[in-house]
Write a protein that binds this ligand. Structure first.
Ligand code: C2E
Ligand code: MG
Ligand code: MG
Length: 683
């Protein structure tokens, strides 16, 4: 078959020509039997030479290709076989810089004839990149900073000599490992995770890490890691550039230390103390917590300094500082403000009373003499206390007020603690302290119940008892219900405490069933807040069921203010209680709304006249008031009880005014259960 036929066939059939372009290179078929003339050419090959394909077909090599390529083709003519040859040429273009073309000449046989396939590959970009890379590599090799290149999994592919020098790991030791070979163990997994997430997301990460050399030494590195992408945008490598900043770090640390710590005691100085306080305030503000600030001044430091000298003074300060540190939690700060003045910052206080506890500890810590250079020196401390936010919202204000409070402690004779607002603040603190202690009081079995007898005014016989809550706190001693019941109401604790009292009283009455006169009843105080809780009647029903006492032997004492509320849910509860057969009493009658109208509206059984009406016996106005209440009560069918009977005279008055029952110290104080039983069964 002649090649010219073949050529015609190729030239006529377009699909075959397209095949010439699939490799992405220019492809030329040459007839070696006819001077190496071009038989066929793909569109790419023609484009490389800036010619039309038709224009090139039949061209001898010298007309088509650069000289060196034409020469190579020429060399092959008349040879039966020849090895593949590669030639590089520069192809001038009019528009841009010369392009670099790599030509590859393969021998082929096409039927009987000899054909060569010439490939032309534009390697301009690759070659330029190669060059650039070579230059870059040189720069990286000689760089004064460490360079590490890893694959996408973090496996090291390259490290520069500086890395080797700083880390102590040789090139061959590092390749194939991960950068974790320099891990010191001081970087948190969290920080590594952030680093990794940043670079995997294609962003640059910068930071400082404490790393470890091969010899075990620690060193600080400032590191930036960037992802390297391929032409499609995919991340193929990471490059880390690392600078050893150990020296700088150490210098900074020393500077920072000098700026923030007191040289003598090694405690935070004024600057850092205020900084810590400021941070604590911001946090407490967010978390609605308290912060305590204790300002401490040694009581006779000046005397020590003046009589024994500065060496003793300095040593005393050092030891005092250590004692102060012993008084606090790890999260607290003890700082030295200057001279013999110290500050303690107590952050995150749930219970401001804790600050009082710390102040006590501080005073305690100074009771023992200091042994300074063989001398026993006694120096106490004066402490001023402020609480955020009560005594100020800013660090300098709190500190200033604590300072003022400290002076009040000095005035009060030293060796004591004073709060900023003597009365007000102590009261607020007391309340806050009560609240926190009260919340655990039930669980700690500190709440118990006492019983105060109620007797028939005429016969003196026992008719019932009022159950009264008591709180014996190991920290505070006995706390009056007048103090803790309102607190329990505010905090919602009243629900649990009230239920406890109700249960205890009813259970007690059940236990006494056989010892007490039949019909003896038990009065239980229930606050408005308890009554307003939906389901209160259900609680009472449960307790009655559990203890088995008769509903009419339970009398619930309610305050006048409750009736004034007239809330629908309260009215429902009152009716439900009444329907169960439980008795209802109005407590402290006469102190609230002093209106009898509600007695008509509500299903009440008993009125307890407040003891304030008993005190001025002989006072005519009070007398007539009591008589009026008794008369009106009776006309409504209510029983009338006089409270707070302290004298025989008052009891006589009650009898005269027709009051049914009496309760008060003159008859008996509230008694613990056993004592009450003795009272009830006395002969
Ligand atoms: P209250 O219900 O009016 O109780 C009578 C209070 O007067 C009791 O005080 C009692 O000890 C006191 N008292 C009795 N006789 C005399 C007397 O002759 N002279 C004087 N000066 N006082 C006398 P207590 O026990 O301190 O209770 C005070 C208040 O606390 C009670 O007043 C009651 O409102 C409330 N409370 C006590 N226990 C409970 C309870 O369990 N639940 C609720 N919600 N409130 C309670
Ligand atoms: Mg009462
Ligand atoms: Mg009362």
């Amino acid at each position: 078959m002649s090649l010219s036929n073949e050529r015609t066939r190729v030239g006529n059939q377009a699909p075959d020509l397209r095949l010439f372009d699939v490799t992405g290179k220019g492809v030329f078929a040459l007839d070696l039997d006819d001077d190496g003339r071009v038989i066929a050419v793909g569109a790419m090959g023609a484009a490389l030479l800036a010619r039309e394909p038709d224009d090139l077909v039949d061209c001898p090599p010298a007309d088509a290709f650069p000289v060196s390529v034409a020469q190579a083709v020429h060399d092959c003519l008349g040879q039966p076989t020849f090895p593949t040859r590669v030639i590089q040429t520069l192809l001038p273009t009019r528009l841009v810089a010369d392009r670099i073309i790599e030509w590859t000449l393969h021998g082929l046989s096409a039927g009987a004839g000899r054909v060569a396939l010439l490939e032309a590959n534009d390697v301009t970009i690759r070659k330029r990149n190669d060059n650039r890379l070579r230059n870059m590599a040189r720069a990286v090799e000689q760089s004064p900073v460490s360079v590490v290149i890893t694959d996408v999994k973090g496996v090291i592919e390259y490290v520069n000599p500086r890395f080797t020098q700083i880390s102590g790991y040789g090139y061959d030791e590092a390749i194939g490992m991960t950068p974790s070979i320099v891990k010191s163990g001081f970087t948190s997994p969290q920080q590594y995770r952030e680093l990794w997430e940043t670079i995997v997301a294609g962003r640059e990460w910068r930071g400082e890490l404490l790393n470890r050399r091969k010899n075990g030494d620690l060193f600080w590195e400032h590191i930036s890691i960037s992802p390297i992408r391929d032409e499609t945008g995919a991340i193929v490598r990471f490059v880390a550039v690392k600078e050893d900043v150990t020296m700088r770090k150490e210098y900074e640390k020393r500077l920072l230390y000098q700026a923030h710590y007191d040289d003598l005691t090694k405690l935070p100085n004024r600057l850092l103390s205020i900084d810590r306080l400021t941070q604590a305030l911001a946090r407490a503000d967010r978390n609605r917590e308290h912060v305590g600030v204790a300002f401490i001044d040694l009581d006779n430091f000046k005397k020590v300094n003046d009589t024994l000298g500065h060496t003793y003074g300095d040593d005393l300060l050092r030891v005092a500082a250590r004692r102060l540190v012993g008084c606090i939690r790890a999260s607290d700060t003890v700082g030295r403000l200057g001279g013999d003045e110290f500050v303690i910052v107590l952050p995150d206080l749930h219970d401001p009373a804790h600050a009082l506890g710390v102040a006590d500890k501080i005073l305690e810590a100074f009771q023992e003499p200091f042994l300074i250079l063989g001398h026993s020196i006694t120096t106490t401390a004066s402490v001023g206390l402020t609480i955020f936010p009560n005594d100020g919202r800013e660090a300098n204000i709190l500190l200033r007020n604590a300072d003022a409070a400290m002076y009040r402690a000095k005035d009060a004779g030293r060796n004591c603690c004073r709060t900023f607002h003597a009365g007000l603040n102590a009261l607020a603190m007391h309340r806050l302290r009560l609240e926190s202690l009260l919340s655990g009081a039930l669980d700690r079995d500190e709440i118990f119940v006492v019983y105060q007898p109620q007797v028939d005014t005429r016969s003196g016989k026992l008719i019932g008892a009022e159950a009264l809550a008591r709180w014996r706190s190991p920290e505070l001693g006995m706390v009056s219900p007048l103090d803790f019941i309102p607190l329990a109401e505010d905090s919602g604790l009243i629900e649990q405490i009230g239920r406890y009292v109700l249960e205890t009283a009813c259970r007690q009455l059940a236990l006494w069933q056989h010892q007490l006169p039949p019909g003896t009843r038990i009065g239980v105080n229930v606050s408005s807040r308890q009554m307003s809780v939906p389901g209160f009647a259900g609680v009472v029903e449960q307790v009655l069921g559990a203890t088995g006492i008769a509903p009419h032997s339970l009398e619930i004492e309610l305050t006048e203010s409750l009736f004034a509320l007239r809330s629908a849910s309260v009215v429902d509860t009152l009716n439900a209680l009444r329907a169960m057969g439980v008795r209802l009493a109005v407590d402290d009658f006469g102190t609230g709304y002093s209106s009898l109208s509600y007695l008509r509206e509500f299903p009440v059984d008993t009125v307890k006249i407040d003891r304030s009406f008993m005190i001025p016996v002989g006072d005519e106005a009070a007398d007539s008031l009591v008589r009026a209440i008794v008369t009106m009560g009776h006309s409504l069918g209510l029983q009338v009880v006089g409270e707070g009977i302290e004298t025989a005279q008052q009891l006589t008055f009650l009898q005269d005014s027709g009051c049914d029952a009496a309760q008060g110290y003159f008859i008996s104080k509230p008694l613990p259960a056993e004592a009450f039983l003795r009272f009830a069964t006395r002969t």
